[in-house]
Every structure is written in C-alpha cells, then in structure tokens.
Design a protein around this ligand. Structure first.
Ligand SMILES: [Zn+2]
Length: 483
C-alpha cells in the first residue's frame, strides 16, 4: 500500500494479517509484546490480557502531563453469507477502493485497527515530539468490554486519555451512556384443556429496528410493543388462547420482529383476520414516514397434541406488564443539544417451558436518572408479581464542557483545519465510561477517522480522514501542557 502516513498504514496492514475477533486476541497480544521488545519499550500484559506499552517523553517534554493513547485490539467478526472466512485463522483481505479502504466480504477491523496502528506508529517514531506516553490496548471491547472492566487501578500513570475509537472525523466525543440489563420472569401454568378449531402464528415483521442507543430517538416502532397491543385486543375481545409469544433477538437492538401463536374457534375467524388487517393499517398510519413496511402475516400451524396454552391469569399479567413497561427516550440531556440522556429498549420477549421472560436494556449518562427509570420499570414488574434481576451494569461518562484537553484540541483543530470541531456525546457505551470508575481523575476525549458501516462486511475507512486524524493526533501530542 502506498498510503500516507506510511507508518500508520504499515501497521494497519500488519494487523489485517493477525486474526483478532473478540475473545480471541492471543495473536495480537503476542504481536504487541514483540513490538515492545523490538522497540526497546517497557510493556505490561495485565491479568485481563490488556497490553500497556510505555514510551518516555522526547527532549524537553519530560514535565508534560502523561497521555494515555487507548484503543481496543479486538474486532467484530462479520462476513457475507457467500464468503468463506474463518476469523480465527484467516487474514482480512483489505483493498483500496477510490477514497476508501475496504475488506473483501468481511469486516475490515478499521474499528479499532486504525487506532491501534496510529499508536504503534507514534511509539516507533523518532521525530514526533511528545510527553510521557502510555499506550493502552484493551481486550474484548466489542463483546463485553472485558478488558476495560478488568483493568486494575494504579496501572496507568497518565492524566489525559485519548480514546481513538470514534468514527466521525471532525467530531470530538466527551461523553457516553452507561447501561444495565433488566430481565423479568412470569411463570405460568400449562393449560391443556383448551378447545379450538384452528391455530395460527401471527408474525409482525418489516420494522427497521436499529441500535438501541444511537437510534432510540428516531421514533421507530418496537415489534414487542405492537405484539402486546394486538394480544391485549385479541384477549379482551375474543378470549383467544395463546401458546407462545416471542419477539426481538438482541438486548442492544430495537426489536424488528415479533411472533405469537394463538388458537381460535371457527366462528371467530372472519373477525380475527379483519382485525389483524385493521391493526396493520393502524400501525402503518401511526408510523407514516418512519416505518413503511410493517406487515402482519398469519400462517396456520400444527399446535401439537395436546395443544398447550399459557394460563389466562399469568398471560394477562405478562401482556399488561409488557404494555406498561417503557420503551424509547426517557430524558434528553440538559448539557448537550439533541443528546438522549436516558432511554430504555424493550428488547426481547421469550416463552420457554413455563416462563415468559421480558428483557430490557436501560441506558443513561447519569446514575440518578438511570435509577429513576429503573424505579419506573420496577413498578409494573411488582404489580404483575413478576420476578426480575439486573445484570451487566456499566457506568456512563458525563460530558464536561470545561475539560482542559477539550479546550486544547478545539483550538488545534481550528488552527489546523480552519473550522471548529463538533463537540458531542454518544448515547451508547464507550470504554471511557468504565475508566471513570478506577481512574476518576482522567481528562478524556474520544476521536478518530471516518469509518462507515462498522460491525458489518461493508465496513470502510476514508483514506483522507485517516491522514487528518493522524496530523491532529501528532499536533495534540506536541501541545500537551506541563503538569
Ligand atoms: Zn470500536
């Protein structure tokens, strides 16, 4: 490759040859260790598998504040269905396509390979001026932020942390949301005395879905919510028997599809089909301009022998709880325009054995507002006499407009590129939120080159934004203030 800056692209290419899906980072850990040894740099591999490499300040910069350059070493393994690729052994086939670098049928790993490569290029370089540097390469960001979570206090000495894991050149991120998973459970009795003539599977499909954090303010429909509305109507008006209800697939995705299995008597059928058509029309009208493809389809099914339904008492509890549980934006930020501060995704509904489980993902940049929303959520859970648990909590990072490094980087950007960078925050998790726990003193910022379609086989990184990102990073290091 003949791209600039040469050092960065050299290491990016090296990294494409090292398989590094989340939770399988051994190869890249080894590579980083050998890099440190070759370049005579001090390194630590901690118990979590994070790699820390230290480089001393250059001439005259010894009194500067210490800078932590942070990126994550893993990547999301996604490939096209027609592509044969083993992420644990095969290299990524990167290529240049006009203004972009892409991969052949797989994720590229520019998220966060560019951050890694930039850091290695700086560690190796002999001419760039900088104060004391610690490079922090975290493990398993994409699957569970395991490396960041398990990073012990007092390993890092630096005062400023530059997270190189953002995807829009020209934007500076100064905050992120924390989150928590809520799982609820309603146990039911199996009702085998039901008598119906026909059994159907009702599918609500065609919704857009999206990321449960960054897309939560777009007003998109939630397939689970639509399902609860339809079920409530069918229960109240036709007293249908329900065999199962299921919707959504992932905690962090707005549910796109939901399915329910119901039994009816012959005389109810015409009204049943009419009302489902009516619901489809109502949903289309309600979400005009946002969701144009909501579809309700009905297929006859074999219910098994004997058919087993969910007892009505507990079914009502589950449906009412589902209707009452929140979904969407709970509160916008007071610190920053157009930023969601607190939200909830009513993510998945599952029926298994004798349990209906409804699961939510709650996000907030502020712990108090998160707790407020959790109390809102606990109320219908208590009224429905359901059980619940919390899991996977991680903290947010509250925006600080007065951050010294923000001031410095805004000035540098303006001087260098002739315009003010956009200062923003993200309603999703970043490792920075987790660092606030063990390293509350850190002055942090997140920035990066322009990457499009990360986490998908269409992932690509814009070449000229990489050069800008590099120049900006180098200039920032030169301008770190004294202690
Ligand atoms: Zn990333």
């Amino acid at each position: 490759m003949s791209l600039n800056p040469k050092g960065l692209w050299k290491y990016f290419y090296e990294l494409t040859k090292i398989p590094r899906p989340s939770e399988h980072e051994q190869g890249v850990i080894e590579f980083l260790k050998n890099f440190a040894i070759t370049n005579n740099l001090e390194y630590i591999i901690d118990e979590a598998g994070n790699v820390i490499i230290r480089k001393e300040a250059t001439e005259g910069m010894k009194d500067c504040k210490g800078v932590i350059l942070q990126s994550h070493m893993d990547m999301v393994p996604q490939c096209n269905s027609d592509k044969k690729h083993d992420f644990k052994t095969d290299p990524i086939e990167a290529y240049i396509d006009g203004e972009w670098v892409k991969a052949n049928g797989t994720t590229l790993g520019a998220d966060n390979g560019i951050g890694l490569a930039a850091t290695l290029a700086i560690l190796e370089d002999k001419n760039i001026q900088h104060g004391p540097i610690e490079a922090l390469f975290t493990r398993d960001e994409e699957a569970g932020m395991t490396g960041a979570r398990q990073l012990k206090p007092e390993i890092l000495k630096g005062d400023i942390l530059l997270n190189l894991d953002s995807e829009d050149e020209g934007q500076l991120f100064i905050g992120c949301a924390g989150g928590i998973d809520v799982s609820t459970f309603i146990r039911f009795d199996k009702d085998v005395r039901i008598q119906n003539d026909k059994y159907y599977r009702i599918a609500i499909t065609g919704l857009k879905g999206g990321h449960s954090g960054v897309d939560i303010n777009l007003g998109r429909a939630n397939a689970n919510k639509l399902m609860f509305r339809v079920l409530y109507y069918l229960l109240r008006n036709y007293n249908v028997d329900v065999l199962s209800l299921n919707g959504g697939t992932l905690r962090n995705a707005i549910p796109r599809e939901a399915f329910m299995e119901v039994g009816l008597r012959d005389f109810q059928l015409k009204q049943f089909f009419d009302i489902l058509k009516k619901f489809e029309d109502v949903f289309k009208k309600q979400y005009t301009g946002i969701e144009d493809n909501i579809t309700i389809t009905v297929t006859e099914i074999d219910p098994g022998d004997p058919p087993i339904a969910i007892d009505k008492n507990n079914l009502y509890k589950a449906v009412r709880m589902g209707l009452a549980l929140p979904h969407g934006v709970h509160k916008m930020s007071n610190d920053m325009e157009n930023l969601v501060e607190t939200s909830c995704n009513l993510a998945t509904v599952k029926t298994y054995d004798v349990t209906i489980s409804i699961n939510l993902m709650v996000r907030s940049a502020d712990k108090w507002f998160l707790n407020e929303l959790l109390s809102v959520i606990e109320s219908p859970i208590a009224l429905a006499q359901a059980t619940y648990n919390y899991a996977g909590e991680y903290p947010g990072w509250k925006p600080n407009q007065e951050s010294p490094i923000l001031g410095i980087m805004k000035d540098i950007y303006k001087n260098k590129f002739g315009k003010t960078p956009e200062v923003t925050a993200i309603h999703a998790g970043l490792e920075c939120g987790i660092f606030t726990v063990n390293y509350p003193h850190l002055d942090m910022i997140s920035f990066g080159p322009t990457i499009r379609y990360p986490h998908s086989p269409d992932e690509k990184v814009e070449i000229k934004s990489v050069e800008k990102f590099w120049d900006y990073l180098v200039e920032t290091l030169k301008n770190i203030p004294k202690k």
